[in-house]
Design a protein around this ligand. Structure first.
Ligand SMILES: [Zn+2]
Ligand SMILES: [Zn+2]
Length: 144
């Protein structure tokens, strides 16, 4: 995790972005968990770490992280996860476990995956597609 934070710091430095203490802390919180976390939980954790209860600041920090590719919003869960490929433009595919809520991020490799094929028939060019797949993760299906 230290490594990811370090990468984020380097990326920010190189791109003239400011990884403020609260942004950094939110990123740490996100990277610590392998489950997606909602904004409220993030607020609680920030408070526990000694940050003031300032929801707008926390939301802006989340926006910053999402916009710069350090975190993703999982629409289905209305929550966030840290990204393992900061600074890279990528089309992620999320595997969301319905049993333990773990989320793993895989790279949805190429542009010509099925969404694009369907879309091009409709004359639509896909620039970014986010896949959210729901199911059972490896450890949960082992238990089943
Ligand atoms: Zn990502
Ligand atoms: Zn699971």
């Amino acid at each position: 995790m230290e490594k990811n934070i370090q990468e984020a710091e380097n990326y920010c430095q190189q791109n003239g972005l400011n990884l403020t203490p609260v942004r950094r802390k939110v990123l740490e919180i996100l990277l610590e968990k392998n489950t997606a976390i909602g904004a409220y939980e993030i607020l609680d954790l920030l408070r526990e770490s000694g940050f003031k209860n300032q929801p707008p600041v926390a939301y802006r920090a989340l926006d910053f992280l999402v916009q710069n590719g350090f975190a993703h919003k999982i629409e289905q869960l209305n929550s966030f996860i840290g990204c393992m490929h900061p600074g890279k433009d990528h089309s992620p595919a999320f595997m969301i476990c319905r049993n333990c809520d773990s989320v793993s991020e895989e790279e949805a490799l190429t542009r010509n995956f099925s969404v694009s094929q369907i879309a091009s028939k409709a004359g639509f060019t896909v620039e970014k597609a986010v896949i959210e797949a729901r199911g059972l993760c490896q450890s949960c299906s082992d238990l089943a």
